[in-house]
Design a protein around this ligand. Structure first.
Ligand code: F0G
Length: 357
């Protein structure tokens, strides 16, 4: 057995790189595809979870960031820039640190999770909190990249999508076929687009025989693709996908049409319920935005769209430790207080309901 070399080296023949490309990697990709018996039991489908929280900075963004930063460095960039709801900024700062270049990150003030903010600062990112939302941040990042010497690493940069398509390759390697359905959370719809591209390439290579139906879910308060119009003031507790004007909107619509796919909206209560089901019944802790894949599965299985025996892959995009506060809240919003006990074995046994053997 050998060490996983990161997505660029593992898939060099399927990415736009040469032997001379200065690869910037933190060992991203190669994440587990885990069977989820509890979700299979609930739905009658064969459910697998692609656990992207296992990437080096805790989200799927690392797959795209290794490509975007590598190609940026190859082109001579000394600084990168991105807009972010948190995960992209954490990833950009980490890969820039590794490459010895500067990362400037624009985030919506007060709207990103503490873990992600901490990561960007820890990796010495130049983090600016913009008094606006993500869509404002992206517009400014694009203007800066157009007019100043900074390299844009948002998913409007095709290198990001290229890196992220490798997740579909990994799924196919494990299943030895494409799944019937693939479900992802949707913000900018870059990842939805990336999986579709990865599966398209596998089909063209003749490795698979079908295109999965691509199902994407947005938070109900931030569902522009579902509504068919820009949402001016997007709102949801799933801060990662609080996006009102998705950058990859048109590509995603094309991917949906090509794959007989679907875009749906899920309200925040359902998102948190799904997060709890995944953590307590499957043992996988994800941030709220990622849990929307689980909520979407449960909804579509109940509606009969995802049928008995169908093979379903859910991508869960970010680790629960990024934004852990939600685990400490009940469904009705009150705080969960861990029980306090004395240094007393008998008392603790009693509290735990243990009878003496
Ligand atoms: N899940 C998580 C955890 C995310 O951080 C994001 C996007 C998505 C899903 C949606 O992916 O945008 O490709 O549709 N986060 C971006 C960021 C916007 O700045 O970290 P998408």
């Amino acid at each position: 057995s050998r060490q996983w070399r990161g997505v660029i080296r593992e898939y060099a023949d399927r990415l736009d790189v040469t032997d001379a490309t200065p690869v910037v990697t933190l060992g991203e990709g190669g994440t587990p595809l885990l069977p989820a018996p509890a979700l299979s039991a609930r739905t009658g489908a064969k459910v697998w979870v692609k656990f992207e929280g296992m990437n080096p900075t805790g989200s799927f963004k690392d797959r795209g960031m290794t490509m975007a930063v590598t190609k940026g460095v190859e082109a001579g960039a000394k600084a990168i820039i991105c807009a972010s709801t948190g995960n992209t900024s954490a990833s950009a700062a980490a890969y820039a640190a590794h490459a010895g270049i500067t990362a400037a990150v624009l985030v919506p003030e007060g709207k990103i999770a503490m873990g992600k903010l901490s990561q960007a600062i820890a990796h010495n990112g130049r983090l600016l909190q913009v008094r606006g939302n993500f869509d404002d941040c992206l517009e400014i990042a694009r203007e800066l990249a157009d007019n100043y010497p900074v390299h844009l690493v948002n998913s409007v940069n095709n290198d990001r999508i290229e890196g992220q398509k490798t997740a579909a390759f990994e799924v196919v390697e494990v299943l030895r076929e494409a799944p019937d359905f693939h479900i992802v959370p949707v913000g900018n719809a870059g990842n939805y687009t990336a999986y579709h591209r990865g599966y398209t390439e596998e089909l063209q290579r003749g490795v698979t025989t079908k295109m999965p139906r691509m199902f994407g879910f947005q938070a109900a308060g931030s569902a522009p693709i579902v509504l068919g119009h820009v949402v001016k003031n997007p709102d949801t507790i799933a801060s990662a996908i609080r996006i009102g004007n998705p950058a990859s909107w048109e590509l995603a619509i094309a991917a949906r049409e090509n794959s007989d796919g679907y875009f749906g909206a899920i309200d925040d209560a359902r998102i948190l319920e799904a997060q709890r089901i995944l953590s307590s019944e499957v043992g996988i802790f994800v941030e709220p935005a990622s849990a929307i894949s689980v909520a979407g599965l449960l909804e579509q299985a109940e509606a009969g769209v995802i049928g008995q025996g169908a093979t379903v892959v859910l991508t869960v995009t970010g680790h629960g430790l990024k934004d852990p506060q939600w685990a400490l809240r009940t469904a009705d919003g009150s705080d969960i207080q861990p029980e306090s006990v004395a240094v007393d074995t008998a008392e603790i046994a009693d509290v735990l309901g243990l009878a003496k053997a």
